[in-house]
Design a binder for this molecule. Structure first.
Ligand SMILES: [Ca+2]
Ligand SMILES: [Ca+2]
Length: 198
């Protein structure tokens, strides 16, 4: 077979080259379109998220007699009782004693109360270590001057009240858990939006 010209490997043929060029162009186009689509998709998802959040908030409601603030329902009791009995009342309503984790909530509650009230904070487990009833540690506090004082030698004070009418940001006081005060329950609102889409 010496001297006979061997057939060109097909990948060297002009047809293949043209084909490869076309493929390269197609891939580049597809990549560009894909990239755009990815961003369009992201934008749509973001917009959907914002719209869904607004729809949920707009369409959410609290049971009769509860007040909504900052996407939470609050019930201000008009009875007085120990912290444990107040908490039991909240749990019977599918709620729990209020947890205050923003200054806005603190100011809203302070503005709304007419009397001293229980909040869901205590140092019963370890003296001086304040925890919310869901187990989270206290981060921002609004103690009155001189508080918490654990009774100042007159007996243990492991539960917390908000004293009404002085200064929102200095209104907490530790008191014995057995004294009788009003209380505040809190829970998440219902949303008919969820009941439609779920
Ligand atoms: Ca204490
Ligand atoms: Ca005290």
């Amino acid at each position: 077979h010496e001297g006979q010209e061997l057939p060109q490997p097909h990948y060297r043929t002009p047809v293949y080259r043209e084909c490869a060029n076309e493929m390269l162009i197609s891939f580049s186009l597809a990549a560009a379109v894909g990239y755009r689509l990815h961003h369009v998709h992201k934008a749509v998802v973001n917009l959907g998220g914002v719209m869904a959040k607004e729809a949920i908030e707009h369409d959410s409601f609290c049971p009769a007699g509860w007040k909504m603030f900052s996407f939470t329902c609050y019930l201000f009791s008009n009875k007085i009782d120990s912290l444990e009995n107040g908490r039991k009342d909240c749990r019977d309503r599918g709620a729990d004693l209020v947890i205050i984790d923003t200054v806005e909530k603190q100011e809203f509650i302070f503005k709304t109360i007419k009397q001293d009230i229980w909040i869901g904070l205590n140092d019963r487990e370890k003296e001086g270590t304040w925890k919310w009833i869901d187990g989270t540690p206290l981060t921002v506090a609004y103690w009155r001057t001189g508080e918490p004082n654990d009774g100042g030698g007159w007996g243990e004070e492991d539960c917390v009240q908000i004293r009404s009418g002085v200064n929102a940001k200095e209104s907490w006081n530790d008191v014995p858990c057995g004294v009788s005060l009003q209380w505040i329950c809190a829970k998440k609102p219902h949303s008919s939006f969820f009941s439609v889409i779920v």
